[in-house]
Design a protein around this ligand. Structure first.
Ligand code: PLP
Length: 466
């Protein structure tokens, strides 16, 4: 399997190459050159397999000959062994035709663990073979940082540094990062906000000598390996509801568009998904696009579903590329123009084609609380604020006759303040995290200063030198 950049000016790479590269050299995102396809008989044979086995079979065609199947299978087993539910991604019925696909049983209680836990093993495997070492640097407002740290902690040939804005993540989120004791993890609490952290990370990547000296790498949501790790749960849940002999709809609470893109890839592989419902909070760029072809950047506003507080959905570029007929030159032009103008000029035929498959939906904060309360009242089910946006979208937009799978992207205990506002009590953390508030925290405080932060990363790299 070869991968090409959506902007057409970067070298073709294999799976190991795109895993380590993340973003393509030309600023584009890597896409497989063709879609692997399962026949109906092959899909039926996957139904009911234990999740790690199914995941290995779904991901195998993307990895191709970079990793022998037995090794990939072993990594999938290890990646999901630590999940807090025997079904890994259980499907729970909430109403006739309405199902929550629980993606929050991993170590950090959010769906990002599904892809990142596997990515940790993939990185270690590929680096071990090549003898390289990488230093992952990232910024987080909460969920991504903790999932990345949990995934990379203790892995050979990898160090990870995560910058978080001091005092601006929730306590659960901060503790999930700072209580990891592995000696390849550096947490930095920056005096500033999330944008400052992100700017510092961009500046480190932009500092070519430093980037090279440190061997910097990223695991952000544009890495193809993360998309690949999110496809299997859509295959598994659709099969459980009667695919390939019956169509389903999928509804995804969306930020960077990575999770819903994975569902669309499952369809390209043969899973009959009749509709994609893209659920957003008040940061509604995707809803405006789907309703009126208005993909224009507005200021980001805070909401009760912070992991969906985005101005631009970076993975949308992959869908754009597919819907303009894999025309990389056109995609590059559209993206260059978008950067300058702040409004993406998606060609009318491509927009119409996207709309035939995708529906957009927006929910504000009061609506989110109302949905949490309603779901709790009607079926005793506690949905986190992100999942609640998805549930409301599914109730509103589900096509008649299709069962809807809603991606339940986080555990309610991650967002106790919003839950308390909606139902009057704070949900308990799962038993394996019950002592989170007592665990020892380790982190370094730093000013919002590039040279200072680079100094910390460098000192950490040399911490074991004699
Ligand atoms: C990251 C995240 C999302 C958004 O996912 P994307 O792939 O960026 O669209 C939604 N919900 C939760 C809980 C998340 O952590």
């Amino acid at each position: 399997m070869k991968y090409v950049s959506t902007r057409g000016q970067a070298p073709e790479l294999d799976f190991s190459g795109v895993l380590l590269a993340g973003l393509a050299e030309d600023g584009g995102l890597y896409m497989p050159k063709s879609w692997p396809r399962f026949s109906k008989a092959e899909l039926r044979a996957l139904a009911g397999l234990p999740y790690p086995e199914l995941a290995a079979k779904v991901i195998a065609p993307f990895v191709d000959d970079c990793i022998p199947f037995q090794d990939l299978q072993a990594m999938c087993r290890r990646a999901y062994a630590g999940f807090g539910h025997a079904a890994t991604v259980p499907l729970v019925q909430l109403a006739p035709g309405l199902f929550a696909l629980e993606l929050f049983h991993g170590p950090t209680l959010a769906f990002k663990d599904l892809a990142l836990q596997l990515a940790g093993h993939l990185f270690e495997y590929v680096l071990e073979k090549s003898g390289e070492m990488v230093r992952i640097v990232g910024a987080t407002s909460g969920d991504t940082g903790s999932a990345a740290i949990e995934a990379m902690a203790g892995r050979k040939n990898i160090e990870i540094t995560i910058l978080h804005p001091e005092g601006r993540t929730s306590e659960v989120q901060r503790r999930q990062m700072t209580t990891v004791t592995a000696n390849n993890v550096l947490n930095i609490a920056v005096k500033g906000n999330f944008d400052d952290c992100q700017d510092l990370v961009k500046a480190m990547f932009g500092d070519a000598p430093f980037r090279k000296e440190m061997g910097l790498s990223a695991v952000n949501s544009i890495n193809w390996a993360r998309i690949a790790g999110q496809i299997p749960y859509y295959v598994a849940s659709a099969l459980a509801l009667g695919a390939p002999d019956r169509d389903v709809a999928v509804c995804v609470p969306t930020g960077n568009f990575g999770n819903v893109l994975a569902a669309w890839v499952a369809k390209q592989m043969g899973v009959p998904i009749g509709r994609f419902i893209v659920a957003s909070n008040r940061n509604d760029i995707l809803t405006r696009f789907l309703n009126a072809n208005d993909m224009s950047i507005h200021a980001v506003e805070e909401s009760f579903s912070p992991s969906m507080d985005i101005g631009v959905s970076s993975n949308f570029e992959r869908l754009l590329y597919a819907f303009v007929g894999s025309d990389a030159a056109l995609t590059a032009n559209i993206m260059a123009d978008f950067r300058v103008s702040g409004k993406m000029a998606v060609p009318e035929p491509a927009w119409q084609a996207v709309r035939r498959e995708f529906t957009g939906f927006t929910l504000d904060d009061p609506g989110t609380l109302a949905e949490i309360a309603r779901t709790y009242r009607d079926c005793g089910y506690l949905a986190d604020p992100h999942t609640a946006v998805g549930l409301a979208a599914a109730r509103e937009c589900a096509p008649v006759g299709l069962q809807v799978i809603v991606a339940a992207t986080a555990h309610p205990a991650k967002f106790p303040d919003a839950i308390e506002k909606a139902v009057g009590f704070r949900p308990a953390l799962p038993p394996r995290l019950a002592d989170l508030y007592e665990r020892q925290e380790v982190f370094t405080r730093a000013p919002n200063d590039l040279a200072h932060i680079e100094g910390l990363v460098r000192a950490f790299a040399h911490r074991n030198d004699a």
